[in-house]
Every structure is written in C-alpha cells, then in structure tokens.
Design a protein around this ligand. Structure first.
Ligand SMILES: Nc1ncnc2c1ncn2[C@@H]1O[C@H](COP(=O)(O)OP(=O)(O)OP(=O)(O)O)[C@@H](O)[C@H]1O
Ligand SMILES: [Mg+2]
Length: 455
C-alpha cells in the first residue's frame, strides 16, 4: 500500500472530485491514521480503532465518488453496500456479515488475477511446450493415442522423426503464427458441473465452509476432448497453466490480510436505517439492522470460506442524505463508532462548470473522445459549458435535485442528434456553443412536465 501524505491524498482526489474540501480532508486523515497505526508497536496497534466516517449530503454530490477514488488511490480493497438492502423482505439475521465475505471474495479474485498476470510469461512458455508435444509427441505411447484419433495433421507430423531440430522448426512456425489455424485435439476442463451450483446461495457459506470447492474437489475432474485451433489452444493452455502457477494459499492469506489491514467498506444510505421503524409492514426493523452492524463495525471475527476475517481495522465510511433522520437517530453505540461527520455541500453552477471540464474523466472530455472514434471532432465553447451548468441548476431546482448526475442526462440529450448521426455526418468539426445548447435544450427545460421525463 502506498503511504501518501494527507495533502497528497487530497491532491489526488482533486483530480476527480470538484470541491468538497472538508470531506476530502477527513478521509485523507482517516487513511493516514491507518498508516500511522501500522508504524506502532503491535500492542498499541491493537488498541487503536479506525475512526469511521459518516459523509452527509444530498444525492449526486460526490460521496460515493470520494470513497471509491480513495480506495483506488491506495489500492485498498473496496466494497460498497446499501444499508437499506438489509431491511428488505427476505433478510435473515446474519446477512449483514455478507459484506465481509463479499469484500474478501473480491480481493481474492483481484489478487488471483494479478498473480496470473505476473506468471503469464512463464505460463505461455509451458503452454508452448505442451502445444509442441501435441503437435509432435515425444514418446511412442502418445503416438498411439493420436493415431486412433484419425487426425490428418498430427499424423503427418508424427511421421517426421521427433528430433530436437524438428521441434525447433515447429516452434518457429508456431511463434510466427503459421500454425494458428491448424486443428489439434485438446483435453479441456469441462466447466459445467451443475450439481455443485445447486448448493450455492443457500446460506451454507455463512458457516465459512467452502462447499462448492469441497464438492468440486471430490467429484472427478471432468475433461473433454475438443478439437481446437492452435491459436485458441495457446490461449486455453496458457490460462490453465497460469492458474496452476498461482499459489492459491498465498492469495487467500494475502487477501485476508489486505482486507483486515486496509479494507474500506462503504455503507451507503445509512440514513435509511436510522430513526423510528414504521410499525407495520413486512420490513425488518431498522434498529435490528443497526444492532447487526454493530459487532462488525466494532470489530469481530467473521468466518468466510477463505478463513476468519477480523474486522477491527477495516475502515467504514457511511453515507446518507439524512433529510428525514439525523445521525443522532442511530443507536448510540453505532454513533460512537462513526465519530467523524462530514457534510458535503450541494453543487452550484460554478461547480458544475468545473465538473464538466476539469476532472480527468470529465464528461466533456468523454464525449469528445467517444465521437472522435467516428472521426468527428466536437468542441465546446466556454459559454456552452456555462450554459449547460446553468440549465443543470435550473432543472435541479424545478424538478428534483440529483446533483451532478443531472449533467449526465443533460449531455446525453444535448448530443443526441450528433451521437446518432456521427458515422455519416458531413461536417467533421462541430462547435458547440451557447446557442446550440439553447436550441437543443431550452424547449424541454421551459416545460417542467417535459423535463421531468426527459432530463
Ligand atoms: N464534486 C464532484 N466532482 C466531480 N464529479 C462529481 C462530484 N459530485 C458528483 N460527481 C459525479 O456525479 C456522479 C454521482 O456522484 P456520486 O455517486 O458520488 O453521488 P453520491 O453523493 O454518492 O450520491 P447518492 O447519495 O445518490 O449515492 C458521479 O458520476 C460523479 O462523477
Ligand atoms: Mg452514492
């Protein structure tokens, strides 16, 4: 994990998120505190709990975006979950722990993929040898097998003496792609094992038992003989070898360690589980969900199929609009576990203008890049961008305030015609100015009913 200073974290976040200074500052501090904690003695480390954060603010102002970017920045395991999900019908008590299982699963997969990338070269080499073996079997015993297959190509090749020089010649041909289209017989793993699937999703995982893996291992490995082109065979075998080369035990323990030490869990819509329950309806009690959340946030051991995960030092970032309820409506214990409250501000025209153009992934830049693939260059004048921002503010105030998300719907509507016609358009350079924006959007904006549907 990179040990960025708080200032550096904020600078990095600034590349994607406009404004919201205070929120950026407090997440930066929380992250740095984790690093600080790791520098301490073991005993003291155990004593220091992460200071979890509640981000408060209306929809579409960057709450999720801040947390997500933060995780990317530091390469921390990140998982987002909606608190309201746990109040839905069908919820069973222990389900809150599923967030831990999910973040571990995610991290295991990510580490596995990364490891596979690392061994790619080695795997490709082994795969190459295996393909050469198939094309030119080194031993008698294999020849017999291939003869029975009645494979024209392999037969003719087998007649040649399998001396090293032939193998090297073949290797050259293989590497230059000359053999790409030749068919060979390949044993491939048959992935369809329906028996195993039946067992997933029944809550057995909650006990931390990897039923699927166990059964999978007990059952005979299904393989299928398939005729495939050499080109595909290289890919298949490289993949297979790569997964053999990955040390799964290490991946699992690294993943658990990463989650425990630097995991970030983002609990969205926490305000939806705060406050009094409605006395009727089949919903699970909000307070019940809060009570279930408590041990996880406070630190407990959650069994997963990859091992026990201690949640003590996972950083929890909760977020919510808190229009109706207040953070003080949460059960006191939970409040105590989220000592940092940060309010995000609703965004105005000035911020929208900047959001449209400044972030690395700014919307304007996205559309320019998209249309360039069709050979069309679009250019936005400054007053066009300002106009879009103004319209966003207006629509947000007349209909519903959805924050920066409004910019997405506006841009899509604005460029609809161009996006539709781009491949055949005569003009290869289009300037989008305030007049164009006005022409495309004003009619809809003026009609409140219409904009409710379209923008
Ligand atoms: N301050 C900002 N700077 C740049 N982009 C922003 C900002 N706020 C929001 N956006 C953009 O708006 C979209 C929605 O933002 P985000 O998902 O962070 O909203 P949110 O605050 O989590 O809302 P909700 O409460 O609905 O979950 C994202 O695509 C994000 O890029
Ligand atoms: Mg969000």
């Amino acid at each position: 994990m990179k040990d960025l200073k708080p200032v550096e974290i904020v600078t990095e976040l600034d590349k994607y998120i406009i404004g919201q200074k205070d929120a950026k500052k407090s997440v930066a501090i929380a992250l740095r505190n984790r690093w600080r904690r790791r520098q301490l003695d073991k005993d003291l480390q155990e004593e220091i709990a992460p200071k979890n954060i509640i981000l408060i603010g209306p929809t579409g102002v960057g709450k999720t975006e801040i947390a997500r970017r933060l995780a990317n920045l530091t390469d921390s395991p990140f998982y987002k979950v909606e608190a309201s999900k746990f109040t839905e019908v069908g919820y069973v008590g222990r389900d809150v722990e599923s967030m831990i299982r999910d973040i571990v699963e995610l991290t295991v997969n990510r580490l596995k993929a990364r490891q596979q990338d690392e061994v790619q070269e080695k795997a490709a080499k082994i795969a190459e040898e295996r393909i050469l073996d198939l094309l030119l079997p080194p031993q008698k015993s294999k020849e017999v097998k291939h003869d029975s297959e009645n494979d024209q190509d392999t037969q003719t090749l087998e007649e040649a003496e399998p001396v090293p020089s032939t193998r090297e010649k073949l290797r050259k041909m293989l590497n230059s792609g000359k053999l790409d289209l030749r068919q060979i017989d390949l044993e491939v793993a048959d992935k369809s094992s329906p028996m195993v699937e039946i067992f997933s999703n029944t809550g057995i995982e909650e006990m931390g038992i990897d039923i699927k893996g166990m059964l999978g291992n007990m059952m005979p490995k299904n393989t299928k003989q398939r005729k495939v082109k050499v080109k595909e065979a290289i890919k298949l075998l490289t993949q297979e070898e790569a997964s053999h080369l990955v040390d799964m035990e290490k991946v699992k323990s690294d993943a658990i360690n990463m989650v425990e030490q630097s995991g970030i869990i983002f609990i969205d819509e926490i305000d939806k589980i705060a406050g009094k329950d409605s006395s009727h309806g089949p919903e699970v009690s909000k307070e019940g969900v809060q009570r279930d959340l408590l041990p996880i946030v406070e630190g407990s051991s959650v069994p997963t199929k990859y091992g026990i995960v201690k949640t003590d030092h996972i950083l929890f970032i909760a977020s919510g609009a808190f229009h109706v309820s207040k953070p003080s409506d949460l059960v006191p214990e939970l409040q105590g576990r989220f000592p940092i409250r940060e309010e995000l501000h609703s965004l105005g025209a000035h911020e929208f203008t900047r959001i449209l153009t400044e972030p690395k992934n700014a919307l304007v830049l996205q559309y320019i890049a998209l249309l360039r693939t069709d050979g069309v260059d679009i250019e936005f004048t400054d007053d066009a961008v300002e106009k879009i921002a103004d319209i966003a503010v207006e629509v947000n105030s007349t209909t519903e305030n959805i924050g920066a998300r409004r910019l997405h719907t506006l841009m899509e509507k604005l460029l609809e015609e161009i996006l539709f016609k781009a491949p055949d358009i005569e003009e290869k350079h289009i300037v989008i100015d305030a007049a164009f924006v006005e022409k495309q959007l004003m009619n809809i904006v003026k009609n409140e009913d219409l904009s409710r549907y379209i923008l």
